[in-house]
Write a protein of this length. Structure first.
Length: 215
């Protein structure tokens, strides 16, 4: 299942992927809030987020939900901005979402997510670098399988945008719930969101492997 996958492009690579987003568009499977995932416990094998975490108002609530819906051995895969000495000026001064180091993403509402398209690009770095030990203490069900930081300028094909273009440095993080195999390499790319709840539009599409997850 992809959270914040409004473009629907993941299905081009994984045909039975289950796509969700805050924005109710015809080509996704579910309109959902990442803080309140309306699925049964332990029903997903993989949860995928491309540039979503830094838009969430309460990342800790999301991680609690992710640990609930992932089955033992399930994987949480995320592609997020990485703030380094090289990328800091771009994220801090040139990017519209901004960068704020004062947020405490594991213990208080953050400055991302007040509106779905708001964001704070410091959140992933705060969680997985600054507060890394606190994260794994708070969520011991996860273990880091892969945490790969990309180059300052990455010219890989952009999954979300029609043309390839340089983007500031990012990071690919893979965590496992319980025991898990290594996360395979994934394409490095771009920038979107999530956030509203409900089980919308399920009846309007055909059956999906994720349908068994609904109560």
């Amino acid at each position: 299942m992809e959270i914040g996958g409004g473009s629907g492009n993941l299905k081009e690579f994984i045909h039975d992927a289950f796509i969700s987003d805050i924005v109710p568009v015809p080509w996704i499977d579910l309109t959902v809030d990442a803080h309140h995932i309306p699925l049964k416990d332990s029903c997903l094998g993989n949860l995928v987020l491309f540039d979503v975490l830094h838009h969430l108002s309460s990342p800790a609530i999301f991680f609690a939900e992710a640990s609930r819906v992932l089955r033992p051995g399930g994987r949480l895969l995320m592609m997020e901005p990485n703030v380094s000495l090289a990328s800091f000026p771009v994220y801090r001064f040139l990017h519209h979402e901004g960068l704020r180091w004062t947020d405490d993403p594991l213990n208080a509402p953050t400055s991302g997510g007040e509106r779905p398209m708001d964001g704070n690009q410091a959140i992933p770095t705060l969680i997985f670098d600054t507060h890394r030990s606190e994260f794994f203490h708070q969520f011991p069900m996860f273990r880091s399988v892969k945490d790969e930081k990309t180059d300052f300028l990455d010219v890989s094909p952009q999954r979300r945008f029609p043309s390839s273009k340089p983007v500031p440095g990012g990071r690919l993080a893979g965590s496992g719930a319980g025991g898990t195999a290594a996360v395979p390499p994934c394409p490095i790319s771009g920038l979107p969101t999530i956030g509203c709840s409900g089980e919308a539009d399920v009846a309007a599409r055909g059956p999906s492997p994720a349908d068994k997850c609904f109560s």
